[in-house]
Design a protein around this ligand. Sequence first.
Ligand SMILES: *Cc1c(COP(=O)(O)O)cnc(C)c1O
Length: 393
Amino acid sequence: MNFSVDEKGFYGNFGGAFIPEMLYSNVEELKNNYLEIINSDEFQNEFKQLLKDYVGRPTPLYLSERLSDKYNCKIYLKREDLCHTGAHKINNTIGQILLAKQLGKTRIIAETGAGQHGVATATVCALMGLECVIYMGEVDIERQAPNVSRMKMLGAKVCPATSGSKTLKDATNEAIRDWINHPENTYYIIGSVVGPHPYPDMVARLQSVISGEIKIQLKEKEGRENPDYLIACVGGGSNAAGLYFNYLEENSVKLIAVEAAGKGIDSGKSAATSVLGKPGIIHGSKTLLMQTEDGQITEPYSISAGLDYPGVGPLHAHLSETGRAEFYAITDEEAMNAAMELAQWDGIIPAIESSHALAVLHKIQFKKDDIVVLNLSGRGDKDLQTYIKYFDL
Ligand SMILES: *Cc1c(COP(=O)(O)O)cnc(C)c1O
């Protein structure tokens, strides 16, 4: 099986670039240049230096003794929660802003749902001194006030999207409209392995630093590069793609992808795309997405804002269709309980997104000598209000 993108941007049946005519030249420019830029020594040196000195990489690979005891195997946590700004998203935004500079762009746009990608983008724009405009649904601006304040403090302009449901997909439409109107000077930073080709492949490559580090760290700790299991939560799929990237062709490594079941798969309040999704086109690529009979995108739901997305990236649709990755769906309740367990057992308060990955440990029958690496994609500071309300803390 092949898990790299083909010339047209497809992973098997999924991917491609379904974009309006007006965006063709922007996307073409990116497609023709991204690999050469990313693979150049100049880019790699600057990227690695910033990941080290600014983000704090490599992130630790931490053996949790207590989780290991409980689940009767060896469980390592890849500590993306310790990255600057609190999650893996910054790996991608650092990479894309360097690329934007190489392409001579002076203005950055992005869309954000919960605000995490907006903050990661505003952060790197401040770092590089570039103008930053973030589109965000009006409803999300209200729900995610602290992140809006962060973006403003970092010097970004936050533009409300006031059409439709006033959430992420409407913000995306606004961002695309902006890009069409400013094709010369503007670069669009997408926050996950979604969007038209080459974004999914580009973002996966930038996040692949995660599995690159794990290979070295596991070799050091266990004498072998390959774990038996890799586990990650999937919203759009970027932290999972980074975790899997260097192991996709290693068939002995089982890939576990965890989606948000919300209040339950059949409850009508869910974001479990691999179960509920059908092939369709969203954000310029063909992938699995949750939609009505007549193809209208269904509003997703999860207690975790980062998993509250109606699609998955095309790589993940392919991993699901081919069976290379095994997909699980975890409810709000299961995720919240897993968060409490990690907090009280290991002294780590995880992001609710990452807690979905933790909750899957209950559902897999491990063997004693199995080595499991779970990507702890982010920290829980941003979720404190949700934890307080849920557990009445
Ligand atoms: C945004 C986010 C996610 C989901 O995004 P992916 O692209 O699927 O990784 C997961 N965890 C955290 C902490 C996030 O902020």
